[in-house]
Design a protein around this ligand. Structure first.
Ligand SMILES: [Zn+2]
Length: 441
C-alpha cells in the first residue's frame, strides 16, 4: 500500500498520552499547555518526545507526518530537535513553526469579565516573540531544514486565528507566498471558537481569513467542525484543505466535522490523529477506523455516509495535497517517491481476504504493518525498526517522561489550578450563549 499520511499531530505531547479524560478543549489545554508554571524543556526532551511519536508512526504504517509542533515560544530549539528526531528515525516529516502573539486574555471570549485583575496582569506579562522575531525564526529553520534529506519540510502555523494579530496573519501570508510553504491553522474546532469569531469580528473565522487574503491552495484548516455551509463553499472555491481529526474531536467533545459536505463541495480533506495528549496515539489506522464509522451515526441518510474507501483516500492523497506534495507522495504510481508499506496478508484481520481497504478500516489493526519503505529506504523490516535502536530509545523515553511527571508536572498543575475556575466559568458562559450555525448544512 502507499504509506499513510498523518496530516495533523503534535509530537510534543507524547509524554502525556492517556493522561487526561473528560475535559473539553480549553480546560484540557490548561492542563497540557498551562500558561503558568510550564517548564522550559531540555533539547534532549524535545528530541525524545518527537522520537516517541516517530516510532509509533512508523510502526503503524505512517510514512509522512505533518507535525504541528506547539512549544512555548521562548524555546527556539524545539524545531531543530524535532527535525533531528525525524532525520534519525527516517520518517518523512513536515514540521510547523507555530506562531501566536495575542495575550492569553484575548484568545478567548467572555474572560474579560471573569478573570480577576491580578491574574490578568500576570498573564499579560508572559513573554512572546515579535512578528519580526517569528519571521527570522521561520527563515532560519527554512534555511537549515527545508528539503533536508529529501524528507523534511517546513510549514507555517498560525496556531489559531483567535490567537494571532491581524499583522501576524498577514506576515504569515507573505512568508507562505515567498517560500511556497503551506499554512496550517486550528480553525473552528469548538462551538466557543465559532461564538468568539462572531463576537470579535461579526463574521466566521473562514470569512476573516478570506478578508486577510489567507485562503488559497496552500492553506489547511485543522478540524473545521463548526463551519457554515457558506464557509464550506468558500473553502472549495479557494481550493483549501481541511484536516479531519475524529479521535480528538470525540475525546474533547468538540463535535463531528461535516466531512460529507466538504467532500461534496470539492474541498480537499486530509486525516489526522491530532495530539498525543488528546487522541493519545500516533496510529493513523485507528483514525481511519473511527472516521469510517462516525459519519454513519452523524446522519440517518445512509447515502450520505462516508465510506472506508473515501477515508483511505483522505488518509493518503488528501494528506499529500494538504502538504503540497500530491505529485510526490500519497499513491503508488510511477514517478512518485517510494513511500510504501507492506502488510501481512495472513494477519487475522485480513483472513479470509475480502476487501483489503475495508478490512484495514474495519477488521485489521496496524499490527499487520510489517515493513515500511520511506523515500526508497527500508525503515522497518518484518516488524523491526532499522533506523534507530528502538529498545534503547524507549528506555530513555520512559526515564525522561518519569522525570517530567515527577519534577515538572506539579508546577504545571499548580499553575493550571489557579486559572481553572475562570476557564470553567468561561466554558459555562459559552454554553448559555444563544448560538446556531447559520445556513443549511
Ligand atoms: Zn491540533
Amino acid at each position: 500500500m502507499p504509506g499513510l499520511i498523518n496530516a495533523h499531530m503534535h509530537s510534543n505531547e507524547s509524554f502525556e498520552c492517556g493522561a487526561y479524560d473528560n475535559l473539553p478543549l480549553d480546560l484540557w489545554l490548561l492542563q497540557s499547555y498551562s500558561p503558568l508554571g510550564s517548564p522550559i524543556r531540555s533539547e534532549r526532551e524535545h528530541y525524545l518526545r518527537t522520537m516517541a511519536c516517530a516510532i509509533r508512526s512508523i510502526r503503524s504504517g505512517v510514512t509522512t507526518v505533518q507535525d504541528d509542533l506547539v512549544y512555548p515560544p521562548s524555546t527556539a530549539d524545539a524545531v531543530d530537535m524535532a527535525m533531528s528526531a525525524y532525520r534519525d528515525a527516517g520518517l518523512r516529516a513536515w514540521v510547523t513553526v507555530d506562531m501566536w502573539n495575542l495575550p492569553f486574555m484575548e484568545c478567548f471570549p467572555f474572560l474579560d469579565g471573569i478573570m480577576p485583575d491580578h491574574l490578568q496582569e500576570e498573564l499579560n506579562r508572559l513573554p512572546n516573540l515579535s512578528i519580526a522575531e517569528y519571521e527570522s525564526l521561520f527563515e532560519a529553520h527554512f534555511t537549515n531544514w527545508h528539503e533536508h534529506d529529501g524528507r523534511l519540510r517546513l510549514v507555517l502555523a498560525p496556531c489559531g486565528p483567535q490567537r494571532c494579530s491581524e499583522e501576524l496573519l498577514r506576515a504569515i501570508g507573505r512568508l507562505s507566498e515567498k517560500y511556497d510553504v503551506p499554512i496550517h491553522s486550528h480553525t473552528l474546532e469548538t462551538r466557543l471558537q465559532a461564538i468568539h469569531a462572531k463576537l470579535q469580528h461579526n463574521c466566521t473565522w473562514v470569512e476573516y481569513f478570506e478578508e486577510l487574503g489567507l485562503l488559497g491552495p496552500r492553506t489547511t484548516l485543522v478540524h473545521g467542525i463548526w463551519l457554515t455551509q457558506s464557509d464550506i463553499e468558500l473553502l472549495a472555491d479557494r481550493d483549501c484543505s481541511v484536516v479531519h481529526n475524529p479521535l480528538s474531536n470525540l475525546k474533547l467533545g468538540s463535535g463531528v466535522a461535516p466531512v460529507r459536505q466538504l467532500l461534496d463541495a470539492g474541498v480537499n480533506v486530509a486525516l489526522g490523529t491530532d495530539g498525543m495528549a488528546t487522541s493519545d496515539t500516533a496510529d493513523l489506522v485507528e483514525a481511519i477506523r473511527v472516521a469510517s464509522l462516525i459519519h454513519k451515526v452523524a446522519d440517518p441518510d445512509y447515502e450520505h455516509w462516508v465510506s472506508a474507501e473515501e477515508v483511505f483516500d483522505i488518509a493518503t492523497r488528501g494528506g499529500a495535497r494538504s502538504g503540497l506534495m500530491e505529485s510526490e507522495v500519497g499513491a503508488l504510481e510511477e514517478g512518485m517517491r517510494a513511500d510504501i508499506i507492506l502488510l501481512d496478508a495472513s494477519d487475522w484481520g485480513f483472513t479470509p481476504s475480502t476487501n483489503p481497504v475495508q478490512q484495514l478500516a474495519f477488521s485489521a489493526s496496524s499490527a499487520a504493518v510489517k515493513t515500511s519503505i520511506i523515500n526508497g529506504r527500508i525503515v522497518m523490516l518484518d516488524g523491526r525498526v532499522l533506523s534507530i535502536d528502538e529498545d534503547a530509545v524507549k528506555a530513555e523515553i520512559r526515564e525522561a517522561a518519569e522525570r517530567f511527571w515527577r519534577d515538572d508536572v506539579p508546577a504545571m498543575r499548580a499553575g493550571a489550578a489557579r486559572l481553572e475556575p475562570y476557564l470553567d466559568a468561561m466554558y459555562q458562559r459559552g454554553l448559555e450563549e444563544d448560538f446556531e450555525l447559520s445556513g443549511e448544512r
